[in-house]
Write a protein that binds this ligand. Structure first.
Ligand SMILES: [Ca+2]
Ligand SMILES: [Ca+2]
Length: 323
C-alpha cells in the first residue's frame, strides 16, 4: 500500500511538474520550452504498409508533403493550450464578445450527424449531413456537454477568438504555427504517435475512429483502431492520457487548425528557426486527426487542410499564448 502511494505521488508529481496557467475563459495553458526537433516523416511506404495492412497501398505514396524530415528550432518558449477549446469556453467567448460564428453569419450552417442520414442519398456522399442551418458549433448532431471540444468552427472563427482574448487580456493569443504544433505534439518523441509507433498505443492516448465509432459507419470498420477507446463521437477534453509535456488530445478528438497556409513543397525550403509556413496559399493546415479519423491519419506528422471558412463536425481549435 505504501509502495502504491509512493508510485501515485511520483506519477502526480510528474504531471504537476508541467507549469499551467488559466485564462479568463478558464482555458489552461502549459509552458512549452524553446528547443529543437526533427519535423516531418520519412518512413518508407513499405514500412507504413506493414504497420497499416488494412489500408490500400496507394495511400502510402500520397504523403509527399510530410517530407523531407528537417531540423526545426523553436527559439521562444510559449504557452500551449493544454486541451482543445471546449464548447463551454467557446460559448462564453460568443456571449461576452457578441461575435457571430461564421456558420451562422453566412447563413449556410454547419455539418451534423443524424441517425437516419444516408450518405448514399447525397451527391457528395459525405459522412455527415450539411451544410445545413440546423447545424453549427452549438449542434453537430451528436450530444456534447460543455466539456467536449467545440467543432463546426472555422479558421476565421479561431482568429476571432484569439483576437478577442488578446484584446481583453492584453496578452497575445494566436493559433500555433504548424511547427509549434508538431513540436508540442511530439513532446520529445520521434515515433508515429507521442505514445509510440503502434496504432494500438492510441487506445489509452487518443479518441479516434475505433470499433465503437465503426458501429455507426460499418463500411469503414476495417480501417478502425483495433480496440475500444470508449467514445463513438467526441470525448470530454482530457479523457485520455497526456503526452510527456502534459498536453491532452493532440492526437484525435478534434482536428486542430494551425496558423499556416499549406504548401506541398514547403518542408524542402523551410527555415530552421521558427518556420511560419508559406507566405500565401488557399488552404490552412489542420493537425492531429479526430474522433472520426483512422489511426493512420492521426499520426504526428500527418498534414491535412481546408479553406479558412470550412466548418465541419471533426475540426476544432487549440490556442497558443505567447510568452
Ligand atoms: Ca473513439
Ligand atoms: Ca485534437
Amino acid at each position: 500500500m505504501k509502495q502504491c502511494l509512493l508510485i501515485l505521488c511520483l506519477i502526480l508529481g510528474s504531471v504537476q511538474a508541467a507549469e499551467v496557467e488559466r485564462n479568463s475563459l478558464g482555458m489552461a495553458f502549459v509552458k512549452v520550452p524553446a528547443g529543437e526537433f526533427m519535423m516531418g516523416n520519412d518512413e518508407a511506404p513499405e514500412a507504413l504498409a506493414a504497420a497499416y495492412p488494412e489500408l490500400p497501398k496507394e495511400r502510402f505514396t500520397q504523403l509527399g508533403d510530410e517530407g523531407p524530415v528537417h531540423r526545426v528550432r523553436i527559439t521562444r518558449s510559449f504557452w500551449m493550450g493544454q486541451y482543445e477549446v471546449t464548447v463551454g469556453q467557446f460559448r462564453r467567448f460568443v456571449e461576452a464578445s457578441g461575435y457571430v460564428p461564421e456558420s451562422i453569419a453566412d447563413g449556410t450552417g454547419g455539418y451534423g450527424w443524424r441517425a437516419d442520414y444516408d450518405p448514399a442519398t447525397t451527391r457528395r456522399g459525405d459522412a455527415f449531413e450539411g451544410r445545413d442551418v440546423r447545424y453549427s458549433w452549438r449542434n453537430p448532431g451528436f450530444a456534447q456537454s460543455d466539456e467536449h471540444p467545440v467543432v463546426n468552427v472555422t479558421w476565421n472563427d479561431a482568429q476571432a477568438l484569439a483576437a478577442w482574448l488578446s484584446k481583453t487580456e492584453g496578452k497575445h493569443y494566436r493559433l500555433p504555427t504548424e511547427a509549434e504544433w508538431e513540436y508540442a505534439c511530439r513532446a520529445g518523441t520521434r515515433t508515429r504517435y507521442s505514445a509510440g509507433d503502434d496504432p494500438k498505443s492510441l487506445v489509452r492516448a487518443a479518441n479516434v475512429f475505433d470499433v465503437r465509432t465503426a458501429k455507426y459507419w460499418p463500411r469503414w470498420a476495417p480501417m478502425a483502431l483495433k480496440g475500444d477507446d470508449g467514445f463513438a463521437f467526441t470525448a470530454p477534453v482530457g479523457s485520455f492520457a497526456p503526452n510527456a509535456w502534459g498536453l491532452y488530445d493532440m492526437h484525435g478528438n478534434a482536428w486542430e487548425w494551425v496558423a499556416d497556409w499549406h504548401g506541398e513543397e514547403y518542408y524542402a525550403r523551410s527555415p530552421v528557426d521558427d518556420p511560419q509556413g508559406p507566405a500565401e496559399g488557399t488552404v490552412r493546415v489542420r493537425r492531429g486527426g479526430s474522433w472520426h479519423t483512422w489511426p493512420f491519419y492521426a499520426r504526428a506528422a500527418y498534414r491535412n487542410w481546408n479553406a479558412p471558412d470550412t466548418r465541419y463536425t471533426l475540426v476544432g481549435i487549440r490556442l497558443l499564448r505567447e510568452q
